[in-house]
Design a protein around this ligand. Structure first.
Ligand code: NAD
Ligand code: MG
Length: 401
């Protein structure tokens, strides 16, 4: 299998590289190759990761010519082509040699390459939830189009909650056969609650980036870690679920589960609730997205059954975590709302990490951008990108002084 890992140097990207080495060792039926990888400007780590493979990647993408030159100067990989910029990301995402694209770039920067992978009929292991938040309806349309011209792109979730739901829903073929018997009534996303699960509004008001970056159960990149602290991550995941499973916002719920062992649940018509459990380790959902429908041994350790388990579920406090209401609203209305909220959030998170705004400014900045924009129900991609730029400028304007 030829795999392109977009965002190979990040938290999901490096875990994916681990999974590829593992699969190549243990899979009796296939070889697993890193065919292409991108790493923004992280020249050193990308070189290290690429150099670990017996069959080195064919293509490497960096974001600018300086990084590409630094990579070329430092590498021993004589046959690897080095390319730069967003067009090169699109090129590797749609290269005919590539079987699977792992979309693990953070934020809106991952949008075009993820869309290109879908349009070219690839299997996409999707970590970049922002693509569905910004352009969920375009992704659905594109998947449909590849189905009708028999290229059959697939988007398989890497996000642990969505992988859990995907697993709980069961095999696609069999659920299609028994469509009427197996309809899910609710998708129940679990949320760890993040570092401020028990914090007061005042404590959140005073929170520093260092405190907000200290996630209790997951080790992730900085943007998603701040999103977890505001619970904007769960809001984005509600929107992601809406598009990924083509289900209305009203059929999605969120519960807090601080241990991050129950990754999500599905309630069926008869009231039965099926859950997926495993330790908090992204290698499992990444591997499942790569090998689906096969399940192969995974390096995620088994759940420890020798100790007492205290698995707690509790409702979300919507007052302390107003991001959730925003997420449900966006999931309900669709259109341009996702692009605006996502861009405002990315910008506000950046400003918070730079120490320019307060933690409790992030969600209101997103709400304001949503309310001030002119909603359109069926925007084109260029309109969505235009609104992305507008929302970022709006947030910067608010905090310019
Ligand atoms: P990260 O910050 O650790 O890594 C991001 C990757 O994107 C890096 O390789 C970086 O070089 C690249 N990148 C950043 N800006 C870029 C740009 N402008 N152009 C091109 N490349 C760029 O992030 P992460 O935690 O690995 O998250 C990646 C994606 O996966 C996000 O969408 C996140 O929401 C999602 N996700 C992450 C986790 C997790 O456990 N980390 C879990 C679920 C979903
Ligand atoms: Mg998640």
């Amino acid at each position: 299998m030829n795999v392109a890992v977009l965002g190979a140097t990040g938290s999901i990207g490096t875990a994916t590289i681990d999974v590829l080495h593992h699969l190549d060792r243990i899979d009796p039926t296939k070889t697993w190759n890193l065919w292409a990888a991108s790493g923004h400007r992280n020249v050193g780590l990308l070189g290290e990761l690429a150099g670990q493979f017996e069959r080195p990647p064919h293509q490497i993408v960096l974001s600018d010519p300086e990084s590409a030159a630094a990579f070329a100067a430092g590498t021993m990989l004589a046959k690897t082509k080095i390319k730069t910029g967003p067009d090169a990301l699109v090129e590797i995402a749609s290269a005919p040699e590539v079987d699977v694209v792992v979309a693990a770039i953070v934020g809106r920067a991952g949008l075009e390459s993820t869309l290109a992978a879908i349009e070219s009929g690839k299997r996409v292991a999707l970590a970049n939830k922002e693509t569905l938040v910004v352009a969920g309806s375009l992704v659905q349309a594109s998947l449909q189009k590849t189905k009708s011209d028999r290229r059959c792109a697939e988007v398989l979730p890497v996000d642990s909650e969505h992988s859990a739901i995907f697993q709980c829903l069961g095999d696609k073929e069999s659920s299609e056969e028994s469509e009427n018997r197996c309809k899910p009534r609710k998708l129940i996303l679990t949320a760890s609650g993040g570092p401020f699960r028990n914090a007061s509004i005042q404590q959140m008001h005073d929170a520093t980036p260092q405190l907000a970056l200290n996630h209790p159960t997951w080790d992730m990149g900085p943007k998603i870690t701040i999103d977890s602290a505001t619970m904007m991550n769960k809001a984005l995941e509600v929107i992601e679920a809406r598009w990924l499973f083509d289900i209305p916002a009203e059929s999605i719920e969120v519960v807090v589960h601080p241990q991050s062992i129950i990754h999500s649940m599905v309630e069926f018509e008869d009231g039965s609730v099926i859950a997926q459990l495993s330790p908090p380790d992204m290698r499992l959902p990444i591997q499942y997205a790569l090998t689906y429908p096969r399940r192969l041994p995974c390096e995620t350790p088994a759940l420890d059954r020798t100790r007492q388990w205290d698995l707690m579920l509790q409702p979300v406090d919507r007052e302390r975590f107003p991001a959730l209401d925003l997420g449900f609203e966006v999931a309900r209305v669709g259109g341009t709302a996702g692009s605006v909220v996502n861009a405002a959030n990315e910008e506000a998170v950046g400003l918070f990490l730079e120490g320019k705004i307060r933690f409790t400014d992030i969600v209101p900045a997103c709400r304001r951008a949503l309310e001030h924009h002119h909603f359109e129900p069926q925007p084109s991609l260029s309109r969505l990108l235009e609104l992305d730029r507008w929302a970022r400028a709006e947030v910067r304007k608010q905090y310019a002084t």
